[in-house]
Write a protein that binds this ligand. Structure first.
Ligand SMILES: CC(C)(COP(=O)(O)OP(=O)(O)OC[C@H]1O[C@@H](n2cnc3c(N)ncnc32)[C@H](O)[C@@H]1OP(=O)(O)O)[C@@H](O)C(=O)NCCC(=O)NCCS
Length: 142
């Protein structure tokens, strides 16, 4: 298993991985090729791709704002699940954030996604009770 940093030339691979894992994403908003290109150029986003014998099988997005780290878009294609690939991706993402001096990592999990909640809890993440997630959006697809 090899985990590498993606660049914009990997855009179609990332989209294929999200689709194959059944992960919702925003193809007309922040996940548009142009927007991901800009995000990468800003230098605080790391899209990682896990490859098994050259085949892309999983991905994660790791970002930080200088204060807090975020893990997003963790996805492993169905045929490769339960082999520790998500764990490896998260640990690699945590190392990137640790190296950047970031001591707190957060992730947002939709309420229906009990599976993902269970996975993150296994990986040491604690459900923070009593918090609301508020956003302000330029448009619904952003
Ligand atoms: C969530 C997902 C990334 C997990 O990938 P994975 O490679 O199968 O996970 P791993 O094999 O690394 O498992 C990590 C830990 O979670 C546990 N785990 C895996 N799937 C689980 C499940 N469905 N329910 C409960 N625990 C689970 C594993 O046992 C392991 O714990 P352990 O190391 O203590 O044994 C994968 O199921 C997926 O792509 N789901 C769809 C997309 C998604 O919902 N992503 C999350 C968005 S927030």
């Amino acid at each position: 298993m090899n985990i590498r940093e993606a660049n914009i030339r990997d855009y179609d691979i990332l989209v294929a991985l999200w689709r194959s894992a059944g992960l919702p994403f925003k193809p007309h908003g922040r996940d548009m090729r142009e927007n991901i290109e800009k995000e990468l150029a800003r230098g605080c986003a790391h899209f990682l791709i896990a490859e098994e014998k050259g085949r892309p099988v999983g991905t994660i997005l790791v970002t930080h704002d200088g204060r807090k780290g975020w893990i997003n878009r963790l996805a492993v294609i169905p045929a490769y699940r339960n082999r520790g690939i998500a764990r490896m991706l998260v640990e690699k993402g945590e190392k990137i954030l640790d190296d950047a001096g970031i001591g707190i990592i957060a992730c947002l999990i939709e309420d229906y996604n009990r599976e993902s909640l269970a996975v993150f809890q296994k990986l040491g993440y604690i459900d923070f009770k009593g918090m609301h997630y508020l956003t302000k959006r330029q448009h619904p697809e952003v």
